[in-house]
Design a protein around this ligand. Structure first.
Ligand code: MRU
Length: 363
């Protein structure tokens, strides 16, 4: 990722220290703040309060956190309890479980004194693989964009709508849904991005808009409720989002509001793509509406908004009556039938049980 013309990763291991440095996303877009995590407790806190967020980055952070936990105490007891603590931080993003499972199955058979160094090496691999995976997602997504560009005449910029933030800072680097956007821009394919604000935490307004600005990619912020209107007016060529979990049959859990965009896209004949690594597919379930756990977050995220005042101070303000209750489901599920295709590191696959079968997608 690019911050002020310098290349960074959203999480970077500090060599020889057993620590990692993260970009603390709770300060964006106003300040770039790096923060060191040096314990499993700090890693769990960073995931929970969303200093790091986005399914692949949550997975990579949990992997480092698990390695730190084993450095603190490599016993069988801690192998189990650190897994549970990290796993409980955010329930919907399946990459969290995937990364923890990967570390645990590698560490469990080892003697305790070998666990921490091997877990750290595995966490490094998870982070490096994430970068390569997302770059490959971008390559396949770019082909989808090129075809759409030609279909609409091959002259005017392609109007792409996205939701939440599935960019650099939702992953170790590149992003998922934004990876093809960065690659399109690099290759001179003209794109313009509709960025939906993504209430209540405003990942679109605060994070996606910031990333695209850093990269110089033309974009326009819209209110979440504006998506249907733009789709109806023919102002969107394609919708692309990330995913926190995709079931074996192609249902997609992603940031709340994704489902409404998919419904509106289908109503207006606009393709709706989901970009996600294969590690986001949960082959243990088919029915996303029934079986994907939806994270419930604090009502305060809905009743309050925070922002920066003219004096550059940050403030949080109440926007409801004092006593109004609020419900805050962090994700929704888009049924497979609304998804045009799942863009993975291995190619673009239909959102169906056959299309996503492990022997088809991992080949
Ligand atoms: O609650 P968040 O900000 O972690 O939600 C993020 C999303 O919904 C992303 O679209 C998803 O994790 C994919 S990130 C590459």
């Amino acid at each position: 990722m690019q911050i002020g013309n310098q290349h960074h990763r959203a999480i970077e291991a500090l060599p020889g220290s057993g620590r990692v440095r993260i970009l603390d996303q709770t300060f964006l877009p106003h300040e770039v703040v790096w923060r060191d995590l040096s314990s499993a407790k700090e890693a769990a806190e960073a995931i929970k309060v969303m200093r790091v967020r986005g399914a692949p980055l949550i997975g990579a952070t949990a992997a480092y956190g698990y390695a730190m936990a084993l450095a603190e105490d490599p016993s069988d007891g801690n192998l189990a309890s650190a897994y549970d603590t990290l796993h409980a931080t955010r329930p919907t993003a399946v990459n969290l479980r995937w990364a923890l499972d990967r570390i645990r199955s590698m560490a469990a058979p080892l003697a305790p004194d070998q666990r921490a160094p091997r877990a750290w090496t595995e966490a490094l691999h998870i982070a490096d693989e994430d970068v390569a995976t997302n770059e490959a997602i971008g390559k396949h997504g770019l082909e989808v964009f090129q075809q759409a560009f030609v279909r609409r005449g091959g002259t005017e910029p392609l109007n792409i709508m996205t939701h939440c933030n599935a960019g650099w800072i939702a992953t170790v680097d590149w992003g998922t849904a934004l990876s093809p956007i960065y690659q399109a821009h690099q290759q001179g394919l003209p794109v313009h991005i509709w960025v939906s604000e993504t209430r209540p935490r405003n990942q679109g307004a605060a994070l996606t808009a910031w990333e695209l600005s850093q990269h110089g990619i033309p974009h326009t912020l819209i209110v979440d409720n504006g998506a249907g209107h733009l789709l109806q007016r023919g102002l969107v060529d394609l919708v692309i989002t990330g995913a926190d979990r995709v079931t074996a049959a192609g249902d997609v859990a992603n940031k709340i509001g994704t489902y409404l965009k998919a419904l509106a896209a289908q109503a207006h004949g606009v393709p709706f793509y989901v970009a996600a690594p294969v590690s986001t597919i949960d082959w243990t379930i088919d029915d996303g509406i029934r079986d994907i756990p939806i994270e419930q977050r604090a009502s305060r995220e809905v009743t309050h908004v925070s922002g920066r005042g003219a004096d550059a101070s940050t403030a949080e303000v109440l926007i409801t009556p004092d006593t109004t209750p609020a419900r805050n489901d962090a994700f929704d599920v888009t049924p497979a039938g609304l998804v045009t295709g799942i863009i993975t590191e291995n190619g673009v696959f239909p959102a169906t049980k056959e299309g996503l079968a492990p022997n088809a997608i991992k080949a």
